[in-house]
Each structure stands twice: as structure tokens, then as C-alpha cells.
Design a protein around this ligand. Structure first.
Ligand SMILES: Cc1ncc(COP(=O)(O)O)c(C=O)c1O
Length: 443
């Protein structure tokens, strides 16, 4: 379980070790619950995140970044719709511009609702800082645009979300950035592709839609020995299942549209990392203007409160449904990192706390039409792109994201006519299995 919190079931203490005389013995005085959750006047979000890191996952997602006493005593987050924030005097403005006061000024540079979510996400990720964007793609574009200049190169593993690949190969090139793709997990090829212009190594883990886990120790070791920054898109894993920063990855990226938001009702993206490395990234975000409405951030904040509970169910459902599919006679192959049959199962098992809710599978001896009949016969999952929400979703990549690709392109991306991708929601696994059984049998 990816938590650094200890719960003593007798005393209900969270990481606060007191002896009988009430003296604090370990680990540190300020890991006591009251001190952990009290709002400290003048404390920055980064300081609060640091303090909350000593508590457990749900404690962080419920409380990090929030003032103990909010406006009008509201327990839920007030939604600040303001585009601009006022100063009561020139003195107060000077305190802000001199960096003596941590507050908001103008919505393109940040808002209270965004900052609360950023603090929660930084705490969950174990990062110094997080920066929120209006979508996962905006986060990728924002990060790469701020770290790369004409003449620089990046090397990325080729299994990835198709729009990330498209941005790297079609658009970064227009700004003179060279992108080199190498087969996922082939560290020799990655090393061979690195040269003196290389600035970043990029990978997903697990990858979309093949669920390949990338060995983060090797990835980071290669980045460090080559003096090149590393970026992991951990959208499919989430910080509940994978902690890339603990391995030394420089930047961790998520489409918060997926598990972090968790309810298929918002778009957002986030980049986590060290504050020094993120400084130019935040600065460019303020120019790009990839920001979020306060209402969107309220939804993300609300979704995050149940993050741990949802992930436990996604992991449970994913594992059970993958095992069911693997044993079904109509299924040729299942891509799920929690199955021993997945080529990267060992890597996934060694670095992940659970394997998530996304499953890709191939239907045995089926053409694209037979495959689509199975998708159509499923009664619980809805046909839609995306993943990570409470509602299960199902899709045939051929007719969803890859419809406009040539057969040769699809072949090179490993997208087959008989492929189905299912995002297991939080419904009851027995119901999802019964539904898939009738869909596979009916068509
Ligand atoms: C792994 C991965 N990264 C990034 C993205 C882009 O996220 P968004 O749709 O929020 O822009 C996606 C979207 O599906 C994804 O699957």
C-alpha cells in the first residue's frame, strides 16, 4: 500500500507516537494529527504539502491544500469565480510582488481553487510541487515547450497515447526539436538514440493501450548517466499505484481527466516535480493561459477526496475482469499488467501497488465487425473514449482513436481489428463479468 502513514488501531493515532506520560517519542512532534491538519497562518501550499506528506493517502487527498477554516465556515471548498484578485493597498501589493506573500493576483497565473488541487496532487505524488493545466495534453505541451528549444532532442518509448506521439513527431519538429522513437522497454535502443543534444527521455508507465510497464530504475539510471531529464506519464497508474518520484524521475505527468478526477465530468492535466525545475514551466503556463475554471477545479477537488477508495475498487475490478477474460475461450490475448502472462508483469509487480482498471484484449478469430458486435452487446459499459471514471467504458480502438490511420500505421502502433479496450469503473465486478460473459457469448 503506497502510504507512509501508520495507524495504531488502539489509539487511533495517525503517525503520532506518544508514551504514557504524553511525551512525544517519534517520529517527529509535528506528525501528530492535530498539528498535521491545523492550518498554519502564513504557511505556503508547498509547506503544507511537505507537512501533510507524513500522513496517509486519503488524509492527504481529503485535507491537503485546504484551510482548516474556510469562508463562512463552509466545510466544502468555496468556488472563487474571480478572474482578478484585489489588493487593499500598495503596501500589500508590494509584499506580493516582493515574494513575501503567497496569494493570487490574476487568474491566468493561478487561482485559489487551482492551488488547492495542486497542493493535493503534490502531496499524493510525493512531489515538491504540482502545476495544473486545462487537460493532460495541455500539460504535456506546456512541459515540453518550456523545457526544450530549437536544436534539442527527446527520446521516447513508442507505445504511448497517440496524441502525445503526434505532438512530439508532428509539431515539436516545426520548432526545430528532434524526436526519436525507440521500442518500448528497449533501453539499449534508448541509450543509442541519446546524443549531446538530448534533453529529455519520455515514457508512459503503464502504456496506453498495451499496458506495458517500464522499468523505472533503468529509466532513471539512463537519464542520470546521460545527464538528461526524465518524464513519466503515469496517467494509467496514478500516484496510488506508482510513485515515479521515489525512483528519481524528474517530471510526472497525469491526465487528471482520468482517475484523478474520476467521474468522467472534467478535463485537466498535472505535472509534478521539483520546484526549481518547475519554475520555468509555471512561468510559461502563465503565458500559454492553459488554466481551469473554478468550477472545474471544484470538481477535481471533490473527485480527489475519494481517490484512494476509487482506486482500490478500480484495481480490484481490473484484476478480476482481466482474469475472467484470460480464461474465456473467445479471448485470444489480454493485456493487463496484473496478469502473469503480460510480458512486463514482473516489472509491474515490483513497482506498482495495483494495476488499475484499464484492460485491452483481442477477440479470438474475429474480424472488426464481429469484434464490434461484442462491444455493442455489452450492457453496462458505455461506448466512449477515455478511462478512469466511475462508469465503465468500452471501445474498439480501430473505430475510435485510430480510425483515420492507415492499416500500416495501425500495425506499427500494435492496434488490431479485433482489439477491445475496457476501462473498468467502480460497478460491482460480478455484474461486469456477467455482462461481458453474455456479450462474448451473444455475438
Ligand atoms: C496516457 C495518457 N496521457 C495523456 C492523455 C491526454 O489527456 P487529456 O485527454 O486530459 O488531454 C491521455 C488521454 O487519453 C492518456 O491516455
Amino acid at each position: 500500500m503506497p502510504t507512509n502513514m501508520s495507524i495504531d488501531s488502539d489509539t487511533n493515532n495517525l503517525g503520532c507516537d506518544e508514551n504514557n506520560e504524553g511525551e512525544k517519542t517519534s517520529p517527529t512532534e509535528d506528525s501528530c494529527l492535530d498539528q498535521t491538519l491545523a492550518h498554519h497562518d502564513g504557511e505556503t501550499h508547498i509547506q503544507m504539502t511537505e507537512r501533510l506528506r507524513r500522513t496517509g493517502f486519503s488524509t492527504q487527498s481529503v485535507h491537503a491544500g485546504e484551510k482548516r477554516q474556510k469562508a463562512e465556515g463552509s466545510i466544502s471548498a468555496p468556488i472563487f469565480t474571480a478572474s482578478t484578485f484585489t489588493f487593499d493597498s500598495t503596501d500589500s501589493l508590494m509584499r506580493f510582488v516582493d515574494g513575501k506573500e503567497d496569494r493570487d493576483e490574476y487568474g491566468r497565473y493561478g487561482t485559489p481553487n487551482e492551488r488547492t488541487c495542486e497542493a493535493k496532487l503534490a502531496a499524493l505524488e510525493g512531489a515538491e510541487e504540482a502545476i495544473i493545466y486545462s487537460s493532460g495534453m495541455a500539460a504535456i505541451v506546456g512541459l515540453l515547450m518550456s523545457r526544450l528549444s530549437s536544436g534539442d532532442e527527446i527520446v521516447f518509448f513508442d507505445q504511448c497515447y497517440h496524441r502525445s506521439r503526434e505532438f512530439c513527431s508532428k509539431h515539436l519538429s516545426r520548432f526545430g526539436v528532434v524526436t526519436r522513437q525507440v521500442p518500448t522497454g528497449d533501453f539499449d535502443a534508448m541509450e543509442a538514440a541519446i546524443n549531446e543534444n538530448t534533453k529529455m527521455l519520455v515514457s508512459e508507465s503503464p502504456t496506453n493501450p498495451h499496458l506495458t510497464a517500464v522499468d523505472l530504475e533503468k529509466f532513471v539510471a539512463l537519464g542520470k548517466s546521460s545527464e538528461v531529464e526524465t518524464l513519466i506519464d503515469a496517467t494509467l497508474a496514478t500516484p496510488f499505484n506508482l510513485r515515479p518520484i521515489d525512483y528519481g524521475v524528474d517530471f510526472v505527468l497525469h491526465s487528471a481527466t482520468k482517475y484523478l478526477g474520476g467521474h468522467n465530468d472534467l478535463l485537466a492535466g498535472v505535472i509534478c516535480g521539483r520546484s526549481d525545475a518547475l519554475k520555468p514551466v509555471r512561468s510559461l503556463r502563465g503565458i500559454l493561459g492553459s488554466v481551469n475554471s473554478a468550477h472545474n477545479m471544484y470538481l477535481l477537488e471533490r473527485g480527489l477526496k475519494t481517490f484512494e477508495l476509487r482506486m482500490q475498487r478500480h484495481n480490484e475490478n481490473g484484476q478480476r475482469i482481466a482474469e475472467f477474460l484470460e480464461n474465456h475461450p473467445r479471448v485470444e490475448r489480454v493485456y493487463y499488467p496484473g496478469l502473469k502472462s503480460h510480458p512486463t508483469h514482473e516489472i509491474a509487480a515490483s513497482q506498482m501497488a495495483g494495476f488499475g482498471g484499464l484492460i485491452t484484449f483481442l477477440v479470438k478469430d474475429a474480424d472488426w465487425k464481429e469484434t464490434s458486435r461484442i462491444v455493442d452487446a455489452a450492457k453496462i459499459p458505455r461506448i466512449a473514449p477515455s478511462l478512469g471514471g466511475v462508469e465503465s467504458l468500452i471501445e474498439q480502438p480501430l473505430v475510435m482513436s485510430y480510425y483515420h490511420c492507415t492499416p500500416q500505421e495501425r500495425e506499427s502502433f500494435g492496434i488490431y481489428d479485433n482489439m477491445i479496450r475496457m476501462s473498468c469503473g467502480i460497478e460491482n465486478a460480478d455484474d461486469l463479468i456477467a455482462d461481458l460473459k453474455q456479450a462474448l457469448n451473444a455475438s
